[in-house]
Write a protein that binds this ligand. Structure first.
Ligand SMILES: Nc1nc2c(ncn2[C@@H]2O[C@H](COP(=O)(O)OP(=O)(O)OP(=O)(O)O)[C@@H](O)[C@H]2O)c(=O)[nH]1
Ligand SMILES: [Mg+2]
Ligand SMILES: [Zn+2]
Length: 349
């Protein structure tokens, strides 16, 4: 699409057209920087296993040396080979694997190439190596709450980056609507960039049917701060599932990390969900400061109007992005988030 046609199209639609945005010269430039971060086979195949082996198992959850795998019509605890056990990136819930019985023990022998993956830098002693927390996912459901804990856009924005980077469609689910008179004002900005926003309540049942329809026939992963109601939503989607949930601490207004391992659940109606433990912050895997704008479609779009091609949108004159913030075309909280993420990546690099 040439620039003239694109501008016309942008005038017609208020929402950012993500596909058109990805096709602009500016975005193509940015994208060239991006290392392809999807669909990689993580391990050199074992010499006795053909590259195009047929997986016979689905990873439900994993610990360091073991994985629960669904195969042969049941779930079994399988041992991991050393190279799998040592790498957080090598195996995650959602991975398709080859299970073999060797001398009476079940082993995960190989991991199939992934369609999509969601990654973060590990927070442990590994020095921040890649940790894949879900594989072969269709939808990333970012769960936030209106209150208890209070809505925080920062984590939402970081998860949207991880979703785009991993090739996964995001949904923003704002739960605990029964605790608020109105929805958080920040939600308008997400609808405008084309994110599907669903407002829910596990108390009143609001939005549960819409959520169910959005993830039917797909594999999704529920993520967000502790205590926002991820496990409660699974319970609402499937009465009788009875996952453990716990009230958030009155003293800190923070969740207590009730869910401790990511685990895949099969629900009725062809729904598969990976419930995950709440996190405080999400590190970004393989995103450089210069690339952050690419992941904020409304910022990338207005950056095309900046006088300088390498504008950082902080102090330069004739900055299309800051002008758009002033005019209200870019929301202030999204721009603040963009700046914070960029700064944090600059500090780390
Ligand atoms: N008022 C209200 N409370 C809710 C709602 N959904 C969940 N809760 C409560 O919020 C608390 C935390 O819910 P959980 O489902 O354990 O939250 P979580 O996100 O799974 O938390 P972690 O497993 O720690 O990450 C529980 O006391 C739930 O009963 C809701 O829609 N409205
Ligand atoms: Mg939970
Ligand atoms: Zn600028």
């Amino acid at each position: 699409m040439d620039d003239k046609k694109r501008k016309k199209k942008q005038k017609r639609t208020r929402n950012v057209d993500w596909a058109a945005h990805q096709d602009t010269a500016y975005s193509r430039d940015l994208k060239r920087h991006l290392r392809t971060n999807t669909a990689v086979s993580e391990l050199a195949p074992q010499p006795d296993i053909p590259r195009d082996f047929t997986p016979n198992g689905l990873v439900i959850s994993r610990s360091r040396k073991w994985a629960f795998v669904q195969w042969d019509g049941r779930e079994d605890l399988c041992k991991l080979t050393d190279d799998l056990a040592q790498r957080g990136a090598a195996l995650a819930p959602g991975d398709r694997v080859l299970v073999e019985r060797i001398n009476g023990e079940l082993w995960v022998r190989a991991v199939a190439a992934r369609r999509t993956k969601l990654s973060r830098p590990a927070m442990d002693h590994s020095g921040g190596e890649e940790q894949v927390f879900a594989a072969n996912i269709d939808v990333l459901v970012v769960v936030a709450a209106t209150a208890k804990p209070v809505f925080r856009a920062g984590l939402v924005d970081r998860y949207l980056i991880a979703a785009e980077n991993g090739g996964v469609t995001p949904i923003l689910c704002v739960n605990k609507m029964d605790l608020a008179n109105a929805e958080p004002p920040e939600l308008a900005a997400y609808r405008e960039i084309g994110v599907h926003v669903i407002t829910t309540s596990c108390e009143t049942g609001q939005g549960i049917a819409e959520l169910r329809e959005a993830i039917r026939g797909k594999i999704s992963v529920f993520v967000g701060h502790s205590g926002v109601g991820k496990s409660s939503l699974l319970n609402s989607l499937q009465p009788g599932l009875d996952l453990e949930t716990r009230e958030i601490s009155e003293a800190t207004k923070k969740g207590k990390h009730t869910t401790t391992t990511a685990k895949l659940f099969h629900l009725d109606g062809d729904i598969r969900i990976i419930d995950t433990p709440g996190i405080r912050a999400l590190g970004l895997w393989q995103v450089s400061p210069e690339e952050v704008a690419y992941y904020f479609p409304e910022i990338a779009e207005h950056a095309a109007n900046c006088k300088f091609r390498d504008c950082t949108h902080t102090h330069e004159p004739k900055c299309g992005v800051r002008e758009a913030v002033e005019s209200g075309a870019i929301s202030r909280h999204r721009f603040a988030s963009f700046q914070r993420i960029r700064e944090s990546l600059e500090e780390n690099s």
